[in-house]
Design a protein around this ligand. Structure first.
Ligand SMILES: NC(=O)c1ccc[n+]([C@@H]2O[C@H](COP(=O)([O-])OP(=O)(O)OC[C@H]3O[C@@H](n4cnc5c(N)ncnc54)[C@H](OP(=O)(O)O)[C@@H]3O)[C@@H](O)[C@H]2O)c1
Length: 257
C-alpha cells in the first residue's frame, strides 16, 4: 500500500489488550481509525486517548461482532466519516477453557460467532470496495495455538476455530491474488491481557507471558511492507509459552558442555 498517512483502518476489539495496542500502532503511522467493541465507555476512552496522543481522527463505534447488523453499521459509519476502508484489522475475540465434555453448548456459538464468523462477515463487507480500488490490507488476529498439533487441551473449540480462520485467510490471499490486497494472519503466543488473566494454569507464572510489543511490531511490519509483498503469516511466540512445553520432559544441553 502506498503512503499510510491519512488512510482509514477499522480495528475491532480495540478498547483494550492487543486491539488497543495495535490500533495505537496504526495511529502512530498517521492512519485514521474506526474502532469497535461492545462496551461503549472503555471504547470511547481508548478513542480519546489514541486521538490525543497520535493526532489522528478516531471514531468509536459500539459494535458486537457476533451481530451482522452491527457489522454493517460499523462499515457504514466508517464510510460516512472517512469515505472508505483501506485497512481492516479483525481482532475482537473471546477465549474459554473447558474440558470438551464440560463445555456449555452456548459457548460454542459465542466462540464461533466472535472468533470466526465475525471475521469472515466483516471481510465480506469491505472486500468489494478494496477489489474495486485494487488496494487494501486485512490483518486477522489468529493464535499461536494453531501451531500445535494436536491442539492444546481444554482449548479445542477456541483453537480449532482459529485454525479455520488461519486456513481461510491464506486461501483468501490466493483467491484475491490479482487484486493487490495484502492479507496477513498474526499468530501471537500467550500474551498478558484480560483474556489470559482468567485462564487457569496458563497465567500462574506471568513472567512466561509476552507483552503486546512483539505483536505491535508484527502489525507495523505487515502494514508497511510494499503492496506487492504480503506477509501471509507472522508468528510471534514466547519461548516459555505454555503451549510449547515438551510432551516428554527434557533438558536442552549443548553437546559440547
Ligand atoms: N492474549 C493472548 O494470549 C492471545 C493469544 C493469541 C491470540 N489472541 C487473540 O487476540 C485477540 C485479542 O485478544 P486480547 O487478549 O487482547 O483480549 P482482551 O484483552 O479480552 O480484549 C478483547 C477485545 O475484544 C472486544 N470484544 C470481545 N468480544 C466482542 C464482541 N462480541 N464484539 C466486539 N468486540 C468484542 C473487547 O471489548 P468488549 O468486551 O467491550 O466487547 C476487547 O476490546 C483475540 O482474537 C484473541 O483470540 C490473544
Amino acid at each position: 500500500m502506498s503512503e499510510l498517512k491519512g488512510k482509514t483502518a477499522i480495528v475491532t476489539g480495540a478498547s483494550r489488550g492487543i486491539g488497543k495496542a495495535i490500533a495505537s500502532v496504526a495511529a502512530s503511522l498517521g492512519i485514521n481509525l474506526s474502532i469497535a467493541a461492545r462496551q461503549e465507555g472503555p471504547l470511547k476512552e481508548a478513542a480519546d486517548e489514541i486521538a490525543k496522543k497520535y493526532k489522528v481522527e478516531v471514531l468509536a463505534v459500539a459494535c458486537d461482532v457476533t451481530k451482522l447488523t452491527d457489522l454493517e453499521n460499523l462499515v457504514n459509519k466508517t464510510k460516512e466519516k472517512f469515505g472508505k476502508v483501506d485497512i481492516l484489522i479483525n481482532n475482537a475475540g473471546v477465549s474459554s477453557q473447558y474440558p470438551f465434555q464440560e463445555q456449555p453448548m452456548e459457548d460454542f456459538e459465542r466462540l464461533a460467532h466472535t472468533n470466526y464468523l465475525g471475521y469472515v462477515r466483516l471481510i465480506r463487507l469491505v472486500i468489494n470496495d478494496m477489489i474495486q480500488r485494487k488496494q487494501g490490507a486485512i490483518i486477522n488476529m489468529v493464535s499461536g495455538s494453531t501451531l500445535c498439533d494436536p491442539l492444546p487441551r481444554n482449548f479445542l473449540v477456541y483453537s480449532s476455530l482459529k485454525v479455520g480462520l488461519r486456513a481461510f485467510s491464506k486461501g483468501l490471499f490466493w483467491e484475491l491474488r490479482d487484486h493487490g490486497i495484502k492479507i496477513t494472519s498474526i499468530l501471537p503466543g500467550v500474551t498478558d491481557t484480560d483474556l489470559t488473566g482468567k485462564l487457569k494454569e496458563v497465567t500462574g507464572n506471568t513472567s512466561r507471558l509476552m507483552t503486546t510489543e512483539a505483536i505491535e511490531n508484527a502489525v507495523k511490519f505487515a502494514l508497511t511492507v510494499p503492496a506487492n509483498v504480503c506477509p501471509l503469516e507472522i508468528a510471534v511466540i514466547n519461548q516459555q509459552t505454555p503451549w510449547t512445553a515438551p510432551v516428554i520432559p527434557f533438558k536442552q544441553v549443548h553437546p559440547d558442555k
